[in-house]
Design a binder for this molecule. Structure first.
Ligand SMILES: [Zn+2]
Length: 208
C-alpha cells in the first residue's frame, strides 16, 4: 500500500484510487488529497454515483454494451436498429459513441468487452465472441438475418488477432466480415481517430 503521508485513511484511499486504469501513484495521491477539500455533500454525491454504477448498470442482452433500466441499451431498443443487417463489432462501449459521431453507420453493435490478448491471459472464451456467434445463429432463422459483420477493432496486435479469429468463426457461419479500411493508422486506437477518418474507414471497409 502506498504510504505517502503516513495518514492511514488517506493512504488507503490513495491505494484504492491507484488501482483504477490510467491512474499512477502520484495522481492517486493528488486525487485522495482533493477529497479532503470537498464538502460532505460532494463526497456523498460521489459515493452515490459509485454505488449506482455498481448496482444499476447491466449488460444489454443484445449487444453487451451497458444499460440501466431496460433489457436493451439505447441503440438496441429501436427495432429497426436491432434488426439491421449490419453489425459493427467493437472492443468497448466507448467505441460506440465514436462510431456514432462519424454519422455513417446506422446498424447495430456488438461489444466484445475486450480483445484476445494471450500475453495478458485473455483467451477467446474470455470475451463475447460466442455471444456474437449465437446472435448470428438466432437472427438466421428470422426475417432479418445478419448480412455483414464490420470489425472495428484497434489496429494493434490484439485487435488484429481478434479480427482474424472472428473471421474464421464467421466463415463457419456463412456471414461476410469486413474491417475498417486504412485511414485508421497501424498501431492506433479507435478512440483517438478523428470522426472524418473513422467515417471514411467505415465507408471503405475491406473484406477480412
Ligand atoms: Zn445493445
Amino acid at each position: 500500500m502506498s504510504n505517502f503521508l503516513k495518514v492511514p485513511s488517506l493512504d488507503r484511499l490513495s491505494h484504492e484510487l491507484s488501482k483504477l486504469p490510467g491512474i499512477g501513484a502520484k495522481t492517486a495521491e493528488r486525487l485522495a488529497l482533493s477529497f479532503i477539500k470537498k464538502s460532505y455533500d460532494e463526497v456523498e454525491l460521489f459515493r452515490e454515483a459509485l454505488q449506482d454504477v455498481k448496482t444499476l448498470v447491466k449488460e444489454c442482452t443484445n449487444c453487451f454494451s451497458y444499460t440501466e433500466e431496460s433489457e436493451f441499451c439505447s441503440y438496441c431498443s429501436q427495432d429497426q436498429r436491432r434488426q439491421h443487417p449490419f453489425v459493427c463489432v467493437v472492443k468497448s462501449p466507448t467505441d460506440i459513441g465514436k462510431i456514432e459521431s462519424s454519422g455513417v453507420f446506422s446498424g447495430t453493435y456488438h461489444v466484445l468487452q475486450g480483445c484476445i490478448a494471450p500475453l495478458d491471459g485473455v483467451g477467446p472464451e474470455d470475451i463475447k465472441l460466442q455471444e456474437l456467434v449465437q446472435r448470428v445463429r438466432k437472427r438466421k432463422v428470422t426475417d432479418y438475418p445478419i448480412k455483414e459483420i464490420i470489425v472495428a477493432l484497434d489496429a494493434d496486435l490484439e485487435g488484429e488477432t481478434t479480427a482474424l479469429y472472428l473471421k474464421e468463426l464467421l466463415e463457419e457461419e456463412g456471414v461476410s466480415a469486413t474491417r475498417l479500411a486504412h485511414g485508421v493508422p497501424m498501431g492506433s486506437y479507435i478512440d483517438y481517430v478523428d470522426q472524418r477518418t473513422l467515417g471514411k474507414a467505415l465507408e471503405n471497409r475491406i473484406k477480412i
